[in-house]
Design a protein around this ligand. Structure first.
Ligand code: AMP
Ligand code: MG
Length: 493
């Protein structure tokens, strides 16, 4: 038994530098906190003692019942456009920022609890979270990280010993998560909407110092800041497209200034490629459908740019012109990131002008064919080595794909790689294991209905190494069978 109490070396800049941007708050005491998952590698990265955290004291901290020494727990204020409609006050309705630590690489990281009880921002909510959604965020976040996609990460999941009313009674849970910060587009909107320009400026300076420190001395630092956020978000959404990820709730309060994916709710990965894929039960109009994500990101960034107008130029017309230019630059930036990744997915290290068409046409061959997006690219590597059988077998009607194949092979003949190195490079960017919806559902249901966490931990182990095919994991590779039916996700708050 470890007797060393868990220790955190906090350095809380949000609390000390941004008074007025949050409410100091405490978590609610949980009746019986218990750790169900602890991310030991991440804990070590943060300079924490994983063994000390894996204890009743650690469970009490991660449930929000006890604030560790040096923490300055607080609920952050933010606003946001939700499905296009503006709410002037959202804020951490069930989350608490415990504080910031400096990780082993010298990077500042937030540790936040989600589900730790009501706060002044809770509105009608109960401030709680339940086990299924907490484990979903844990699992998908870790999968995204392993896929090389910027994301918040799960440090721990605890059950609280409570039963919470959702669809039926479910085990209460809290997620401890780590982010390079929890600054959101919505954080800027909160103060801009109140006309508190000084606060927007202070927030921008804080965000620049924290995320884009090289810009701090630039005479046009706010313009550079806007550009940097646009770039980070363009790179992010391109990466989502590469792996078939649908975030599901791209409200402006769920868009980070850092460019990390945040707030995994009704998210999912597509099995069959489908530009119109929507999983969230509340996204009736498909606002956040798979292929809409770049356009929505641009819209969200336009809302961000609006908050910075007064910082961009004293003359409003000028400011609008400057901001509009930057927002217009989003699409080509995003397309460039997308194409860069797509080239690698289809096995190219060189560039030719026709590559965007080639990549787009590859996707078009899959459209309406129920072709599994992940297997397509993984099998394409076999085709790069002469074995077209596996990829062809994914199609019911391979007509269009059979026309694409020789175009691609012709293009490969002008790309300077040996077949062996190309296959290795493709397999290093095209995952074999993603968190398949049916596997995620089975793991979460076993956890919250039966208290059986084994399927969750097994799936987590699989998706943490997405690019390396291993023996005995065939069940994790393919899409759901037809009887799984259309997949629906719920916000699950
Ligand atoms: P989300 O859908 O998680 O991005 O949350 C949107 C807003 O609703 C945020 O202000 C959350 O803090 C708040 N919220 C979500 N669920 C709850 C809950 N159970 N209790 C209180 N606030 C909540
Ligand atoms: Mg949110």
């Amino acid at each position: 038994m470890n007797t060393q109490p868990p220790q955190f070396v906090f350095d809380n800049t949000y609390a000390t530098q941004l008074e007025g941007y949050y409410v100091p708050w405490q978590g609610e005491a949980a009746p019986q906190p218990e750790i169900v998952a602890l991310n030991r590698d991440l804990a070590e990265d943060l300079g924490l003692d994983a063994a000390a955290l894996d204890s009743p004291e650690g469970a009490a901290i991660f449930s929000g019942s006890v604030a560790p020494e040096g923490a300055t727990p607080l609920a952050q204020a933010y606003a946001g456009h939700q499905f296009g409609g503006f709410s002037q006050q959202l804020g951490d309705g069930r989350a608490l920022l415990l504080g910031e630590v400096i990780d082993r690489n010298g990077n500042r990281r937030d540790i936040q609890l989600k589900g730790s009880g009501r706060t002044p921002f809770s509105r009608g909510g109960d401030g709680k979270a339940v086990l299924g959604p907490v484990l979903r965020e844990y699992l998908i976040g870790e999968a995204m990280h392993a896929l090389g996609i910027p994301t918040t990460r799960a440090l721990a999941a605890v059950t609280t010993g409570e039963k919470i009313a959702r669809e039926g009674m479910q085990p209460g849970a809290v997620l401890a998560r780590v982010a390079s910060s929890h600054l959101r587009v919505g954080t800027f909107q909160f103060f801009a909407a109140r006309g508190e320009q000084d606060k927007v400026r202070t927030l921008a300076d804080y965000a620049i110092a924290r995320h884009y420190p090289d810009l701090a001395d630039s005479p046009t630092k706010y313009l550079e800041f806007l550009k940097a956020v646009i770039d980070a978000q363009a790179a992010l959404v391109a990466k989502w497209l590469h792996v078939g990820f649908v975030h599901g709730v791209m409200n402006t309060d769920n868009v980070t200034i850092s460019g990390e994916t945040i707030d995994y709710g009704p998210c999912a990965f597509v099995d069959a490629y489908d530009p119109n894929a929507v999983f969230s039960s509340i996204d009736q109009n498909g606002r956040y459908a798979f292929a809409n994500q770049p356009g929505i990101t641009q819209w969200n960034l336009a809302r961000f740019a609006e908050t910075l107008l007064a910082l961009l130029d004293a003359d409003e017309d000028n400011a609008v012109r400057i901001a509009t230019n930057q927002i217009n630059a989003f699409k080509p930036r995003c397309s460039a990131f997308w194409l860069d990744g797509m080239r690698r997915k289809i096995g190219l290290v060189s560039s030719e002008p026709g590559d965007a068409d080639l990549a787009n046409d590859a996707l078009a061959t899959m459209d309406g064919q129920s072709v599994d997006h992940t297997l397509f690219f993984r099998h394409l590597a076999r085709a790069a080595n002469g074995d077209t059988g596996p990829v062809l077998s994914l199609f019911d009607n391979a007509g269009q794909f059979s026309e694409w194949l020789p175009r691609w092979q012709d293009r490969l003949s002008r790309d300077p790689q040996t077949p062996e190195s190309r296959v290795a490079a493709m397999d290093a960017v095209n995952p074999v294991y993603i968190p398949r919806n049916h596997m995620v559902e089975a793991a979460l249901t076993a956890a919250w209905q039966d208290g059986n966490l084994a399927p969750f931990h097994d799936l987590l182990d699989v998706v943490k190494q997405p690019f390396t095919k291993r023996d005995g994991l065939d069940a994790y590779e393919g899409p759901a069978t037809k009887d799984f039916g259309p997949y629906r996700t719920f916000c699950g708050t």
